[in-house]
Design a protein around this ligand. Sequence first.
Ligand SMILES: Nc1ncnc2c1ncn2[C@@H]1O[C@H](COP(=O)(O)OP(=O)(O)OP(=O)(O)O)[C@@H](O)[C@H]1O
Ligand SMILES: [Mg+2]
Length: 313
Amino acid sequence: MIEVKGLTKRYGEITAIDDVCFSLEKGEILGLLGPNGAGKTTTMRILSGFMPPSRGTATVAGYDVLKEPLEVKRRVGYMPEHPPLYNEMMVSSYLDFVARIKGVPRNRRKNSFARVVEQCGLPQVTSRLVGNISKGFRQRVGLAQALIHDPEVLILDEPTIGLDPGQIIEIRELIKALGEEHTIILSSHVLPEVTMICKRVVIINEGKVVVVDSYENLSARLRKSERIAIKLTKPNEQVISRLKALTGVKEVFADEGNANCFIIESEIKSEIGEELAKTIVSEGWGLQEMKLLSLSLEDIYLRLITGEKELLS
Ligand SMILES: Nc1ncnc2c1ncn2[C@@H]1O[C@H](COP(=O)(O)OP(=O)(O)OP(=O)(O)O)[C@@H](O)[C@H]1O
Ligand SMILES: [Mg+2]
């Protein structure tokens, strides 16, 4: 449904995105995850047909964003980070206005309006002024304006940003429900957001794709090893070579910055703890501390975006 190949965008000297590639099947919900300035908005604006790339191609439902942006716009509902809402308009007139701009034929506008009001849970606010409704409802109106021309694809830029926890849950549920009939790309800079809604994740950092994978695969790939930290009172120069020789141990290194501390990386489920403790005691190195260092997916995301790509190798 969406095919992105070598997408690059430069703003003068700044390369906002560099050689971005990924693809999306019909009906998938994909999360574009990355810190501020990673290039999420840039990627989404290009995919929505609002901005041409400097290099590379992207097709949406078979249409090239550069050659046929109008066909792309017809099939994409885009919700920018700050949806263009007019505070002095009533919700119903605003949605009618958007329907007209997007070229929804007059005889279909009433149905389109009824459909998005139903889809986005807006019945109680249709006759209120946009400026007077809560942020959660404003976000729903933002979604409604993206959906008004009944697009197959939804591109949502940080859809839950600035909402309270209750509203965040409501919007997530709404997006999941929309995912049953739409292909969706949403962006976020927080990991839980993406893992709760999306099956597959593209992590992007400083304009480059760091990883594209399903959430399950990502967790599995990243949990290939376990780490144990130890602190010894009387280590000698044989510690590293001796511990490396234990079954299940992949790597042993001194914990820089912490004197007498070592990190032992072992194969997952190898349960080396007992053997490790026995060895330390029998060698007389003095075991002062031993703890399992678990890497949460959040740690991993942080490490990935701070450049520790070897985590995935
Ligand atoms: N119109 C522009 N002119 C110049 N540089 C820009 C422009 N728009 C974006 N950039 C730069 O391109 C890079 C990517 O920006 P982009 O807005 O795509 O990131 P983002 O991932 O959406 O960030 P955020 O999480 O803050 O929304 C940043 O370095 C940004 O400063
Ligand atoms: Mg952005």
